[in-house]
Design a binder for this molecule. Structure first.
Ligand code: SF4
Ligand code: SF4
Length: 77
């Protein structure tokens, strides 16, 4: 019997300074992170958050802190 995958699919985008991880299944498209991001790093596509330009990210963590669904994570390098 095949077991359902326990690990959620994560979409990671990174550069030398920061890694942004998104779990699309958790994202309900509320746009809180998009509106809070001070650098317009994030955008929406098909009602899910996506990274528009990671090179603008200052790793402030506001998106991760304010996401109500734990769908986005920041890792500062
Ligand atoms: S860490 Fe800050 S700058 Fe980077 S995507 Fe999140 S809110 Fe925007
Ligand atoms: S705040 Fe969270 S749930 Fe809302 S759009 Fe951003 S990642 Fe998705």
């Amino acid at each position: 019997m095949a077991q359902e995958a326990a690990i959620e699919k994560i979409e990671a985008t990174e550069n030398q300074k920061v890694k942004i991880s998104i779990i699309p299944r958790y994202c309900k498209g509320c746009e809180i992170c998009v509106k809070l991001c001070p650098k317009q790093v994030l955008g929406m596509e098909m009602f899910k958050v996506k990274v528009n330009d990671i090179d603008l990210c200052i790793a402030c963590g506001a998106c991760e802190l304010r996401c109500p669904d734990f769908a986005i994570f920041i890792e500062k390098k």
